[in-house]
Structures are given as structure tokens and as C-alpha cells.
Write a protein that binds this ligand. Structure first.
Ligand code: SF4
Length: 336
């Protein structure tokens, strides 16, 4: 049996200090400060604020209720003027939270490296899958690859992975069910279209070239998404156009650019909770495709002319702005 080596006080301090420098802690701390209205919860002061751990049981994966905003004096009194790291006991506590935190950090580092490589090699362009997005300013940030206010969290990255893997599973299942599904060209590249010299680009999940007769005619565009139960139920209830206009726009634009307008696209959604499949026929909607294509061209032209496009809202409390990755950038400056 291999016993875990006890960490020295110096090692504990170093580990804790490293953690305080991570993006994960920066975000947790910022949220705690926001919730507290940037005031000390004990004396109400607003100077030298710190975030105190009420428990270390979930260190690295703290819940809101584990954290308390205090000014330096009140924080010092809580600890009897000992540093927080002196209170930690990494030697006996459960290491689960630490493991999840290490996975998050490793994923973030890998993503950062991949992004840096991709961005260095890339000219400004817009993904056709995004053109149904309602805010033109947001699309402009995407076109120029403007840095987001905050990097993605490990959880968000795992949700993206789930989407990619879900697409592979669904492709495999469709093939097993008798469909001739084309997803990659002879060079192993995912099939895509480019317009305006590559400034508009779209990767399709696949094209059904043939399959069971009752599911034809062929060829048909295939697009897949992996959704949580809430989103999946919304599609089942309201249909694609109403439930997810951005996905609907993506399908229309792809049908037009891939010249697959002769048969309805097949849209599949995998319920990530129950693993149920929702499969919808999406007929070609020429006016919608034309509108999005015009939108794409106008967006690229405006970006190239240095024209700042309008925001989707008059004030930053609008619900779309609250969840926007460029919220801070957008409302603090009139520049891209
Ligand atoms: S913060 Fe709002 S207005 Fe600004 S880019 Fe985002 S969604 Fe658009």
C-alpha cells in the first residue's frame, strides 16, 4: 500500500498561494464580492476586502455559502491574525475537490495553448453557425476574435467536449441504422464551405447521401446538437425555429451554401440526461437563408470598414448582455 506523504506547512502554504492565483479562484472571489455588494459582511466597510473561507471542506470547489466577504481587519480577527493557509489541513481532508480543480486547470491550460495557436494562424472571420445571433456587436467581437471578459471554465469546456462526442456517437448510430453519412473529405477534414474569401465559414456535421427509403429523399444536410433536458424538451415542444433560432438559421444557411435545398435537412438533438433522440425534418426556408446570407456579407463589410455595429440593447442589464462573454468590453468602451 502506498501512503500519501504528509505535506509540510511550507508546501501547504505554497499550494494554497498557487490556488489563489488561478482563474478559477479569481472568478469565485469576484462573484462573492459582487454578491456582498463589495462591503464587509461584519462591519460594512468597503476598504481592503478579502474573501474568507467559512469551511475548507470544499476548497477548490467552493459553494457560495462557503465564502464570506470581510475587510482585512475583520478577516484577521476571524483567524486570530493567522494566515488562512495556516488553518488548512491538506493531510487529512478528502482530496476529491483538489482532483477536480487540477482537471479544470489542466483543461484551461490546454485550451489556452490551442486558442493561442489557432488565433495566431487565423484571419478575422465569422462562423456561419453564429449568424442567427441577435446582437450584431457580439458578432463583430466574434469576427475579430476579441478576447472574452473571462476565459471559459473547466465545466464549460467539458460541456463542449460532450457536444463533440455526442456528434460522433450520433454519426455512428446513424451509420449503424443504414444511412450513408458523409462527414469528412479525403484529407480527413470536416466538410465545410467558405464564402467571401474565407471570411464566412461553416462546418457541417454531415450529409446523408443515402439511407432507408422512408427517410429520403437524399441527399440531406445533417446537423446535430447535444442538449440538457430543458433545452431538449423545448425543441420537442416548440420546434427548432422557435426554440433555437440560431440553430435554425445555421441549418438554413448551410442548406443554401452546400446546395442541399432539394430535401429537408435532418436535425437531431440528443438529450444528454435521458439519451433520448429528437429527429426533425427542417424544410428549406429561402427567405431566412437569404436574410442571413445578406447579414453575413453586411457584417463582414462593416467590420472591414471599421464601422461599429449596434448593440442589441439599450442598457447592460438586458438579459442577453448578462450572459454575454464580452459584457465588460462592450459596455466600457466604444471600440472593438
Ligand atoms: S453585452 Fe449585450 S450589447 Fe454588448 S455585445 Fe454582448 S449581447 Fe451585445
Amino acid at each position: 500500500m502506498v501512503l500519501r506523504r504528509r505535506l509540510s506547512s511550507r508546501e501547504r502554504k505554497a499550494l494554497y498561494q498557487d490556488y489563489l492565483k488561478t482563474e478559477h479562484w479569481r472568478q469565485r472571489r469576484e462573484l462573492a464580492l459582487e454578491r456582498a455588494g463589495r462591503r464587509c459582511r461584519e462591519c460594512g466597510g468597503d476598504g481592503s476586502l478579502e474573501v474568507h473561507h467559512l469551511t475548507y471542506a470544499r476548497l477548490f470547489q467552493e459553494r457560495d455559502e462557503d465564502l464570506l466577504v470581510l475587510c482585512r481587519d475583520c478577516h484577521g480577527r476571524r483567524h486570530g491574525y493567522r494566515g488562512e493557509e495556516d488553518m488548512l489541513d491538506f493531510n487529512t481532508r478528502n482530496t476529491g475537490g483538489r482532483v477536480a480543480h487540477l482537471v479544470d486547470e489542466a483543461m484551461l491550460r490546454a485550451q489556452e495553448a490551442a486558442d493561442a495557436e489557432r488565433l495566431a494562424a487565423r484571419m478575422p472571420r465569422i462562423g456561419a453557425s453564429r449568424l442567427g445571433e441577435s446582437c450584431l456587436r457580439k458578432l463583430q467581437y466574434e469576427f475579430f476574435k476579441a478576447p472574452k471578459d473571462k476565459p471559459f471554465t473547466g465545466k464549460a469546456l467539458r460541456i463542449f467536449h460532450r457536444g463533440h462526442e455526442g456528434e460522433n456517437w450520433m454519426a455512428q448510430w446513424l451509420r449503424q441504422a443504414g444511412f450513408d453519412l458523409y462527414t469528412h473529405n479525403a484529407d480527413g477534414q470536416q466538410i465545410c464551405f467558405r464564402a467571401l474569401g474565407g471570411k464566412i465559414l461553416g462546418y457541417a456535421d454531415g450529409v446523408l447521401r443515402a439511407g432507408p427509403e422512408e427517410c429520403g429523399p437524399y441527399p440531406r444536410l445533417w446537423e446535430n446538437k447535444v442538449l440538457g433536458a430543458k433545452g431538449w424538451n423545448k425543441i420537442e415542444r416548440d420546434g427548432l425555429k422557435k426554440a433555437y433560432p440560431v440553430y435554425y438559421g445555421q441549418v438554413q444557411l448551410y442548406m443554401a451554401y452546400f446546395e442541399l435545398t432539394g430535401a429537408p435537412a435532418l436535425f437531431t438533438a440528443l438529450n444528454a440526461d435521458s439519451m433520448e433522440i429528437c429527429a426533425l425534418d427542417v424544410p428549406f426556408d429561402a427567405p431566412a437563408a437569404q436574410e442571413l446570407s445578406d447579414r453575413a456579407v453586411n457584417l463582414v463589410r462593416a467590420c472591414e470598414a471599421g464601422q461599429l455595429l449596434p448593440r442589441c440593447a439599450q442598457d447592460e442589464t438586458w438579459f442577453e448582455c448578462k450572459f454575454c462573454d464580452w459584457h465588460q468590453r462592450c459596455w466600457s468602451s466604444e471600440k472593438i
